[in-house]
Ligand binder design. Structure first.
Ligand code: ADP
Ligand code: MG
Length: 408
């Protein structure tokens, strides 16, 4: 079984419409904001060379026309497709505008002909139809066709977490706690409903609008596990993104929603330093490091980071899930609750430098036409696409299925 679980999808043509309540919160998230974010993303990574710029715009326009053609007539009748803003293995995300209200939305189109696409769509819908929380992306309506599913969602126009850190001149521990508090509140809510996200990472955390006071939204529930009760759930499916995956998943042991807490530990580490706690181009070495919680607080800017913050990260990056900090405990951790008294030392310079260093080493052989921000963005993405169960089994077999891999 893949990470999604194929269960019943509601009837064709039966739109699941939610009211427009979420839009009230989004006074700033209007067309203007959308255009702003749009110009920072797929539509307009501006090149200094005008010809390149024109070419890019032309090819972007062609792409949009292509996507428009592919869209179901029912969707096109109600929404104007404006720009492509995201791409996954089975999905395309476009910015669209409601023809009547002119309100901008994100529409995620998932190809469901293949089993994995169907399974991701099922997982995502099962979660989005149940949740309503300020820090979780809101589903507005769904269109289903035999080979595609279209999810109309509220549009996040503020960009990804790390793009914002690079762009802003300042980033302090207080800023880190503000972001993490929102992620933890959203996650605590999900866990209380029996939902485990299973793919928490920076690119799935989006700012709602470009303003400084924007909230963060947890998105992308394609790998989520969901069940009705909030009691302890044991999951078995091997899935997630390698750099963010918890040791118990790598060990192919039954696991609980504590896997999400591990990922928040990884995100916290990155937020405070601009580097990844576990990073290796070789997957075996990467997994070895994760299984042994082999990370450190060396290098810049760690000497400037408070001990409380390091303890917070350590409590999450604890290999034994039973000893790992839960979301509820994290929200009560003094680093989070004391944020008013936290250090306002600016860590932005070191963090940005680390992020950009990583970006340039990762992208040295990539397109020279990419803008700086697009480069940094790509560099933060996982180097390894997927965790494969077979690969892990082979690895564990090689080491006699011991519960911790021996040194490589
Ligand atoms: P995948 O499963 O393919 O990773 P995601 O749901 O993460 O799909 O969407 C892919 C990308 O599309 C995201 O990384 C983000 O850049 C963009 N995106 C997704 N949902 C939204 C949204 N509601 N608002 C704005 N951008 C979005
Ligand atoms: Mg994603």
């Amino acid at each position: 079984m893949g990470c999604g679980h194929s269960k019943v999808i509601p009837d064709l043509n039966k739109d699941v419409a939610r009211d427009g309540a979420t839009k009230q919160d989004g006074a700033k998230n209007t067309g203007t904001a959308a255009k702003y974010a749009f110009s920072k993303t797929a539509e307009g990574s501006k090149s200094s060379d005008e010809n390149d710029d024109k070419k890019q715009k032309g090819s972007q326009a062609n792409k949009i026309a292509k996507y428009r053609e592919k869209f179901d007539q029912r969707v096109i009748a109600k929404y104007d497709v404006k720009a492509l803003i995201g791409k996954g293995s089975f999905s395309r995300v476009v910015r669209a505008e409601h023809k009547g209200t002119k309100q901008p939305y994100a529409i995620k189109m998932i190809e469901v002909k293949q089993r994995e696409g169907r399974s991701a769509a099922d997982s995502e819908l099962r979660v989005l139809r149940r949740v309503r929380h300020p820090y979780i992306v809101q589903l507005i309506e769904v269109f289903e066709a035999p080979d595609k599913i279209y999810m109309v969602m509220e549009l996040a126009t503020g960009g990804e977490l790390f793009d914002r850190i690079i762009k802003h001149g300042s980033f302090t521990e207080m800023d880190a706690t503000k972001a993490l508090q929102m992620v933890l509140e959203g996650l605590r809510y999900l866990h209380s409903l029996g939902i485990t996200h299973r793919d928490l990472k920076p690119e799935n955390l989006l700012y709602y609008h470009p303003g400084n006071d924007s909230k963060l939204l947890i998105t992308d529930f394609g790998l989520a596990f969901s069940r009705k009760a909030s009691d302890e759930i044991m999951m078995k499916t091997t899935c997630g993104t390698p750099e963010y995956i918890a040791p118990e998943v790598l060990l192919r042991e039954p696991y609980t929603n504590m896997v999400d807490c591990w990922s928040v530990g990884v995100i916290s580490y990155i937020l405070l330093s601009g580097t990844m706690p576990f990073d290796d181009e070789n997957k075996t070495k990467l997994y070895h490091k994760i299984l042994n919680a082999e990370y450190n607080f060396d290098g810049e800017p760690w000497p400037q980071v408070s001990e409380t913050a390091k303890k917070f990260v350590k409590s999450f990056l604890t290999p034994d899930p039973k000893k790992r900090m839960s979301c509820t405990a994290a929200l009560q951790h003094s680093w989070i609750t004391n944020f008013g008294n936290l250090s306002t030392r600016n860590l932005q310079r070191s963090i940005s430098q680390n992020l950009l260093k990583r970006a340039s080493s990762r992208n040295s052989n990539k397109s020279a036409h990419s803008s700086k921000s697009a480069k940094s963005n790509r560099s933060l993405r996982s180097q390894h696409r997927k965790v494969k169960a077979k690969e892990l089994d082979d690895l564990l077999k090689k080491y006699n299925r011991v519960s911790r891999l021996p040194p490589y």
